[in-house]
Design a binder for this molecule. Structure first.
Ligand code: FMN
Length: 370
């Protein structure tokens, strides 16, 4: 249905890199739920990879169930980026994504076009070096530009296409916006219009199947990449897939299914990272699941200190008992306790019913680099 060069994909829905979160256990949890094909790692420093730095190797850890996998690289030395791509290809990685970082302010403002062209020339030759060194597809991920007066993504995408990239991912915000304001569908569409034939994948604030369908319809993008929405709602790929294929969105999963998947995520976490470290890492994962549980203070208070699997089982059991006071005779949360729905910034006017909470939390991390 969609291809990056020679790589044929079964779904046009992608997992966006979220440094600190898009690790093997999370990817496997999402893949088991369905709807997702190409998933990516966190960003990895090209030089660390070439040096076989253990932390970098842990970031690209994968398993047979974790296919097809893209690794996102960042770095500015052309030889390092090229050698890292060659190494990834030798490991059987399906695709390499380049973190384009953010456009540099001084390049956009001072010197205007010519400075940008100098920068662009450098980028293009770095990318060409990578494309020529490997057979697997090379893709790039970018923002719209520095600010509203410096929208560089269309030009960059076109130049990268000429350099041989097999697809681009565009987060529909500027660098200046950070994670605030609205994702610009218009901005994404301009990138779609700027390229000749490679797929452009839209990204930003997709939290519902409707938002995924709207982004595709209104920008003409070939697919959608989802980051924080996958944390908020791991079923988003499956449900968006069904929405795109049939026009219908399945109902949200209930409490029992959410608990099942959360527990599976912890299981995978302890398998990959060991019990102690896996539980420590899970402290920041569990509150994302519990956002949808209704009243949750009793759970969150304890899970953020999680140290073992046995402790998790006991926290969960106690919580399920405590939560009963908020249920009606049918075992459903009483209306006043139901969590509010999240609405994508560009869907605010279109989903008035559910437009109660419109900001997706930005998880902790060095987000200023993207
Ligand atoms: C905690 C966090 C970590 C991120 N890490 C990366 C990264 O490693 N590489 C990257 O290109 N983008 C990174 N991003 C940006 C996301 O991939 C994505 O473009 C952005 O969050 C918008 O999409 P979303 O609204 O679906 O999350 C990160 C964002 C967050 C919040």
């Amino acid at each position: 249905m969609l291809r990056f060069g020679s790589l044929e994909l079964k779904s046009n829905l992608f997992l966006s890199p979220l440094a600190g979160y898009t690790n093997l256990p999370f990817r496997l949890t999402l893949r088991e739920l369905g709807g997702l094909d190409l998933a990516t790692t966190d960003l990895v420093n090209a030089r660390s990879l070439i040096e076989r730095n253990p932390k970098a190797l842990k970031l690209i850890e994968t398993s047979p169930a974790d296919r097809p996998l893209a690794v996102q690289l960042f770095g500015s030395a052309p030889e390092e980026m090229r050698d890292a791509a060659v190494y990834l290809e030798s490991l059987g990685i399906a695709s390499v994504d380049i973190n384009m970082g953010c456009p540099v302010k001084k390049v956009c403002r001072v010197g205007g076009g010519s400075a940008m062209m100098t920068e662009l020339d450098k980028t293009v030759s770095l990318v060409r070096g990578m494309v020529e060194a490997v057979k697997i597809p090379v893709t790039a991920k970018m923002r719209l530009g520095w600010d509203d007066d410096n929208i560089t993504a269309p030009q960059l995408a076109r130049a990268l296409e000429d350099a041989g990239v097999a697809g681009v991912f565009v987060h529909g915000r500027t660098r200046e916006q950070g994670f605030s304001g609205t994702v610009s569908l218009d901005g994404i569409r301009k990138v779609v219009e700027a390229v000749r034939s490679i797929p452009v994948i839209g990204n930003g604030d997709v939290t519902t199947p409707e938002a995924a369908a709207t982004m595709i319809r209104e920008t003409g993008c070939a697919g959608v990449s989802i980051g924080r929405g996958a944390f908020y709602n791991p079923w988003i790929f499956l449900h968006s897939r069904q929405r795109l294929d049939t026009g219908e969105s399945p109902p949200d999963p209930g409490f029992d299914e959410r608990v099942r998947v959360m527990t599976r995520h912890l299981e995978l976490m302890t398998q990959v990272f060991g019990e102690a470290h896996g539980c420590r890492m899970f402290r920041k994962v569990a509150p994302w699941y519990s956002k949808r549980f209704g009243p949750v203070s009793e759970f969150n208070k304890r899970v953020v200190q999680l140290a073992s699997r046995a402790e998790y089982d006991s926290i969960l059991e106690n919580y399920i008992q405590w939560r009963r006071q908020f249920l009606d005779e049918r075992g459903e949360l009483k209306p006043q306790y139901r969590p509010s729905a999240l609405v994508s910034s560009f869907m605010r006017d279109r989903e008035p019913e559910s437009a109660r909470r419109s900001v997706i939390p930005v998880p902790k991390g060095p987000v200023e680099v993207w």
